[in-house]
Design a protein around this ligand. Structure first.
Ligand code: FES
Length: 200
């Protein structure tokens, strides 16, 4: 009896198992997968946004290439420039230079007539705008040095032909009227046309 009372209590065959959660069966059940998938979706959204923005920018650049910024103001093609007396004799009048032509009243050595003609301000070399040098009585192009007499005839530099003249007539109210839609070229004999010169 005593021997039984002193013997230690028998150990349990298996200690009670701690409660361990079952491992995920699928990769999608791992918490790290959940986080990375959300991250992936947000990065995907950012990527698409950047792609759309760059596409819009490229589209804008392409449109500007097709339709470059042109001045919104186009000078009128037909202008009344004043009464004949408003032009000083034997002088080049520069008031219409911003509209693309000079006016000169007096004797025209190129045609042998007296009156007014309208001379284009576009150099016949590559299209620059010459300057009028009153002391030298000539037009001088700043781009490559072409020179033109007051008649418009070229005499120096690379310009291959004279400046062009514009149609010039009297309007119904008696003012001088210039039409830039009609040009006259000396080398074609057009300066002798009645509308290339206003005889007064
Ligand atoms: Fe006038 Fe060349 S554009 S000289």
């Amino acid at each position: 009896m005593d021997a039984l009372a002193d013997s230690p209590a028998p150990e349990p065959a298996n200690p009670p198992a701690a409660s361990v959660p079952a491992p995920p069966r699928f990769v999608s059940e791992y918490p790290s997968y959940q986080v990375s998938r959300r991250g992936f979706l947000s990065w995907l959204a950012v990527g698409w946004g950047a792609f759309a923005a760059s596409g819009a920018a490229a589209g804008g650049a392409f449109n500007r290439f097709l339709m470059p910024n042109l001045p919104l103001y186009n000078p009128p093609m037909v202008l009344k420039v004043g009464w004949p007396d408003a032009f000083e004799k034997d002088k080049v009048d520069e008031r219409q230079k911003p509209n693309g032509f000079w006016l000169r009243r007096g004797f025209d050595k190129a045609t042998g007539r007296t009156g007014i003609y309208a001379l284009s301000t576009t150099c016949t070399h590559l299209g620059c705008t010459p300057n009028y040098l009153s002391a030298e009585q000539k037009f001088k192009c700043p781009c490559h040095g072409s020179g033109f007499y007051e008649t418009g005839i070229n005499f120096e530099g690379p310009a291959p032909r004279p400046l062009e003249r514009y149609r010039i007539t009297l309007a119904d109210d008696g003012q001088v009227m210039v039409d830039k839609g009609r040009k006259f070229q000396q080398e074609k004999g057009e300066w002798m046309d009645s509308e290339a010169f206003l005889a007064i």
